[in-house]
Design a protein around this ligand. Structure first.
Ligand code: F6P
Length: 326
């Protein structure tokens, strides 16, 4: 493998709080090895458009506490084509970039695999997504902050639910993953949750409502992952209303609120550790893999494994959330 002197770093896919802490750690760890770092703007889009600039350690001052990503991000359709990847690689060559560090999720790593297969450039990834759906790490960068944000919102909604005796469906993100919904449900003391990993019928929900009716409880919080099997929250609310007209039902979608804001300490530290270890990994010959933390130990998981193996919430956590929500 060619000696690594210049590293390109980029963020891609949905932004996640803690990405900036990751960039900072990469730039500063690289400086320790006298490596030069180049920041690629807007993920794969900027790689194709040649938006590549030197990033000095001082450029990463005052960013650890900021949400979003100073490098900006995108979901690039052009990079899905071989022609786009070829242009991107030529731009990397023009800037003498020997290796890349990508911060992102599934789509980002799928692109990284292609880039390596076609052009042989070594790449290491940091798991940066609020969804926590990447195999090979206990937690992804951004997940903790987004759950904290969702819980704060649900705490506020609870005041109205309680005061008016209302049933609220609160929709959180997670197109394919129920982690945010499950952790938000546990942390906010919700009555129930709908997640893609555990299918439920409207009659199953009705059963749950019947139980609380027995206790003369008319208020409640149901946390709904956007990717749940029953579909849109407003639609679920309509169906519930037909089955249980005694409930005064409202729907709140938290949406992109849960992707922004200052990262929690957990996300700052996770991103700092992973950024530091990704640079160490590259220097030690690791490539085509994602740095993660499993049981508080640094691990490197092949990109293919991290995106192909589905990471799902543990059955025991789901059971516990059901028991505690009753
Ligand atoms: O992958 C992160 C995520 O926030 C998902 O939870 C959500 O479904 C999706 O991104 C939303 O993407 P966009 O911001 O492109 O609409």
């Amino acid at each position: 493998m060619k000696e690594i002197k210049r590293i390109g770093v980029f963020t891609s896919g949905g932004d996640a709080p803690g990405m900036n802490a990751g960039i900072r750690a990469i730039v500063r760890s690289a400086a320790y090895y006298d490596l030069h770092v180049y920041g690629i703007q807007r993920g794969y889009e900027g790689m194709i458009d040649g938006e590549i600039n030197r990033l000095e350690a001082t450029d990463t001052a005052n960013i650890i506490q900021r949400g979003g990503t100073i490098l900006k991000t995108s979901r690039s359709a052009r990079f899905m084509e071989a022609a786009g990847r070829k242009i991107a690689f030529e731009n990397l060559q023009e800037n003498d970039i020997d290796a890349l560090i990508a911060i992102g999720g599934n789509g980002t790593f799928a692109g990284a695999i292609k880039l390596y297969e076609e052009h042989g450039i070594p790449i290491i990834g940091l798991p940066g997504t609020i969804d926590n759906d990447l195999f090979g790490t206990d937690f992804t960068i951004g997940f903790d902050t987004s759950v904290n944000t969702a819980i704060e919102a649900v705490d506020k909604i609870r005041d109205t639910a309680d005061s008016h005796n209302r049933l609220f469906l609160v929709e959180v993100m997670g197109r394919h993953s129920g982690y945010i919904a499950l952790y938000t449900a546990i942390g906010s003391g919700a009555s129930a949750f709908l997640i893609p990993e555990k299918e439920i019928s409207i009659s199953g929900l009705e059963e749950m409502l019947k139980k609380s009716l027995k206790r003369k409880k008319l208020f409640g919080l149901i946390i709904v992952a956007e990717g749940n099997n029953l579909g849109d929250s407003n639609e679920i609310a309509k169906q519930l209303k037909q089955i249980a007209p005694q409930y005064d039902i409202r729907v709140t979608t938290i949406g992109h609120l849960q992707r922004g804001g200052a990262p929690s300490q957990a996300d700052r530290i996770l991103a700092s550790r992973l950024g530091y270890e990704a640079v160490n990994g590259l220097m030690g010959g690791k490539l085509n893999c994602m740095a993660g933390i499993v049981n508080n130990k640094i691990t490197f998981t092949d990109f293919s494994e991290s995106i192909l193996k589905k990471k799902e919430p543990e059955e025991s956590m789901i059971k516990m959330a059901e028991v505690l929500g009753m």
